[in-house]
Design a protein around this ligand. Structure first.
Ligand SMILES: [Zn+2]
Length: 261
């Protein structure tokens, strides 16, 4: 895979991001699940944070995870000569399993929590929350992703598919949309839905420490971290953290400084 192909993967990710955020924003305005505080200023700040974090990552490591995978010719999957479809499916499941545990580590370890807290301090829950991540969360997550690729030897195109899939799910699972209850019930047996993930953004500690899944919901059932419904109800539950309720905490500079406070 050439550098042009790596750039093409990044371009496709950008296109997917723009198309999905526009579609989900439109769906949120048509069928909102709950009112969202903060208006467009909050949304712009959240998107601003991902632009900043992504630009920083690209400046530090222009090759990206796809480029790393293209140059890394080792790892478990490299040794097993499995058909493309099976190797790709296995890569995606391994990635999702690994990211479930990464998410748990971000809640468990104080230093990592200081970075991940920026994501949880949002008092609103909508599609833009799906990309609100501090550079201190983006950078260690990226290093961890390279480690997973180094161990398992995922192919570059599997990494590209996974990256678009994770982004798409991050946008979808944070969307302020009302799925039909029967649709939500069926979907959440396999995948994370907005109602399932919203519980993870609850102000209550026992709900904050549940529903860690990113794409597949099976890991939460498997490792007993699942919570089916919030105690205050989906429309009544408070989103965010007790210590960051002020609107001033939602400003760009306040978010960048938050891990140090
Ligand atoms: Zn979390």
């Amino acid at each position: 895979m050439t550098f042009a192909a790596v750039n093409q993967a990044a371009l496709w990710r950008l296109v997917a991001f723009i198309v999905l955020i526009v579609l989900l924003l439109a769906a949120e305005f048509r069928l909102p699940r709950r009112p969202v505080p903060g208006g467009w200023r909050r949304r712009a700040t959240n998107v601003g944070l991902v632009v900043f974090s992504t630009a920083l990552l690209r400046a530090l490591y222009p090759l990206g995870a796809v480029g790393f995978a293209a140059h890394w010719h080792s790892g478990l999957l490299h040794r097993i000569d499995a058909p493309w479809a099976i190797a790709t499916a296995a890569s995606l499941v391994i990635f999702d399993f690994a990211i479930y545990w990464q998410h748990r580590a971000f809640h468990q370890w104080t230093l990592l929590w200081r970075a991940h807290r920026v994501h949880h301090s949002d008092i609103g829950f909508d599609v833009t929350l799906g990309v609100r991540f501090h550079p201190f969360e983006i950078l260690p997550s990226f290093g961890y992703k390279l480690l997973i690729i180094a161990i398992f030897g995922m192919a570059a195109n599997a990494v590209a598919i996974y990256e678009v899939g994770l982004l798409a799910f991050s946008l979808f699972t944070h969307a302020n949309i009302a799925l039909l209850p029967c649709v939500d019930r069926v979907l959440r047996w396999l995948i994370v839905t907005p109602d399932f993930h919203r519980i993870h953004h609850s102000i209550h500690a026992e709900e904050l420490n549940a529903n860690f899944g990113n794409i597949l919901s099976i890991w939460d059932r498997l490792f007993a971290t699942v919570r089916a419904s919030p105690r205050d109800g989906q429309t009544g539950m408070a989103i965010g953290l007790v210590e960051f309720r002020d609107l001033g905490e939602q400003e760009f500079d306040a978010l960048l400084a938050q891990p140090f406070r």
